[in-house]
Design a protein around this ligand. Structure first.
Ligand SMILES: Nc1ncnc2c1ncn2[C@@H]1O[C@H](COP(=O)(O)OP(=O)(O)O)[C@@H](O)[C@H]1O
Length: 187
């Protein structure tokens, strides 16, 4: 059983050795921040897909419009396959459509209010089209709809991530979702 105190960290008592989850959402919604907290709390390994792609040169070309490299998805998936079969991971990326459905037990989509997200992205140095497109992505719920198309509805969970209090509350919610998953798979 998990314990849950409002705005406090929750306990992850259960064995998560086979558990696989993914955090997705528009850049700046807080995926890395929450993944890191959850990894420290639960003992799950935090897999930063962007970092993994950079370290292993999983890129095809550079997109000058969006000022970012274009991902070589096949190369990245090949690289991740071995890591994912082991279980016990939290995957963190802005998109999920190209990941095999079988990889994840739970999919979390983080959401942030537009004005808050705008400020976070400006602080990160985003401007022009890159800034506008990312804000529109959040307004039009692009990532949420992508997750809903790609995974069974019962494993897709939307979490608001505007304040530190919400982040800690999300740890409690995640603990409860994971407990539900554990009970449903324990037979
Ligand atoms: N729930 C939150 N409340 C307040 N600030 C947050 C929250 N989540 C993230 N942040 C801040 O927003 C910025 C972007 O967070 P980050 O985790 O890097 O986003 P992402 O990984 O989705 O791009 C960071 O400065 C982080 O400290």
């Amino acid at each position: 059983m998990s314990t849950c105190v409002k705005h406090a960290y929750c306990e992850f008592f259960f064995d998560l050795i086979t558990f696989l989850s993914v955090f997705i959402g528009t850049p700046g919604v807080g995926k890395s921040t929450l993944s890191k907290e959850l990894a420290e709390k639960s003992g799950l390994e935090w897999l930063e897909v962007g970092k993994l792609a950079t370290e292993n040169c999983c890129f095809e070309e550079y997109d000058s419009l969006y000022q970012c490299p274009v991902l070589d998805e096949d190369k990245l998936l090949d690289l991740m396959e071995d890591k994912m079969t082991g279980g016990g991971k939290i995957v963190d990326y802005h998109s999920c459509e190209f990941f095999p459905e079988r990889w994840f037990d739970i999919v979390f989509i983080l959401r942030t209010d537009n004005t808050t997200l705008y400020d976070r992205l400006v602080s990160r140095g985003y401007s022009g089209k890159k800034l506008e497109d990312n804000i529109q992505c959040e307004i039009f719920q692009t990532i949420l709809e992508e997750a809903q198309r790609s995974y069974k509805p019962e494993i897709v969970h939307e979490l608001q991530s505007n304040t530190p209090q919400e982040m800690f509350a999300n740890l409690c919610k995640i603990s409860e979702f994971v407990e539900g998953w554990r009970q449903s798979t324990s037979g």
